[in-house]
Design a protein around this ligand. Structure first.
Ligand SMILES: N[C@@H](CCC(=O)N[C@@H](CS)C(=O)NCC(=O)O)C(=O)O
Length: 205
């Protein structure tokens, strides 16, 4: 019998991990920390993740305990284990789906964070934000052929993308070419797992 604890803050990457846990309908403990108070730099947290980032999923399995960092790894682990219906079985379909998944947790998430961290440097922040939007628009161009990123069925790719689209909803509303992304966002917001996770880990900018 495994025991799970999510160490998280109100943040996009934490929301991704929370969504994965909620999708699996697992009983898990929640441990919220405050990034603005610097809790992620405390010695107890650094023992879990020496990089000092949330989220961390603590997995206790019999006598072993693993602290798993990286929201993408947490989501991939949990959905592979408990919700493999959200991951295509066909290897080509799966590769296409993971291309979206990795874009969300690498290119988009990193540029989203940098645009936030550099808000005192308006020009640099806007430059990075525009680059992030370009990737986002490219990612969601596939929505023209279906309701979700990998076709007509929701998948791990949609759940991985949700946090940053949700976070940036107001900015997307100001754009003339993002209505299809907002429509997707509204569909995703009806998902019970997303509703539950937003309650404790959600953040909009
Ligand atoms: N690639 C990591 C990024 C984690 C990350 O950047 N976490 C942020 C919150 S969203 C954090 O802990 N920041 C603390 C800090 O910058 O000191 C993931 O997906 O989990």
């Amino acid at each position: 019998m495994r025991d799970y604890t999510l160490v998280y803050a109100r943040s996009g990457n934490s929301l991704r991990a929370a969504i994965a846990l909620e999708l699996c309908q697992l009983n898990f403990k929640r441990c919220e920390i405050s990034v603005s108070d610097g809790d992620q730099k405390s010695s107890s947290f650094l023992k879990l993740n020496p990089a000092g980032y949330v989220p961390v999923l603590i997995i206790k399995d019999n006598n072993t305990e693993i602290a798993l960092s990286q929201s993408g790894a947490i989501m991939d682990f949990l959905l592979s284990e408990y919700r493999s219906d959200l991951i295509p079985t066909n290897t080509i379909e799966r590769a296409k789906c993971y291309s979206h998944f990795y874009a969300s947790i690498s290119d988009i998430a990193i540029q989203n964070a940098l645009a936030r961290y550099l808000h005192h440097h308006e020009e640099s922040s806007n430059f990075i934000f525009q680059r992030m939007l370009n990737v986002l628009l490219a990612e969601f161009s596939s929505l023209q052929s279906g309701e979700y990123l990998c076709g007509d069925k929701v998948s791990i790719a949609d759940y991985a993308h949700f946090p940053i689209v949700y976070m940036r909803e107001d900015q997307l509303r100001e754009m003339s070419d993002a209505q299809h992304i907002l429509d997707w966002l509204n569909r995703m917001k009806e998902d019970p797992a997303i509703i539950r996770s937003i309650e404790y880990a959600g953040i909009q900018l």
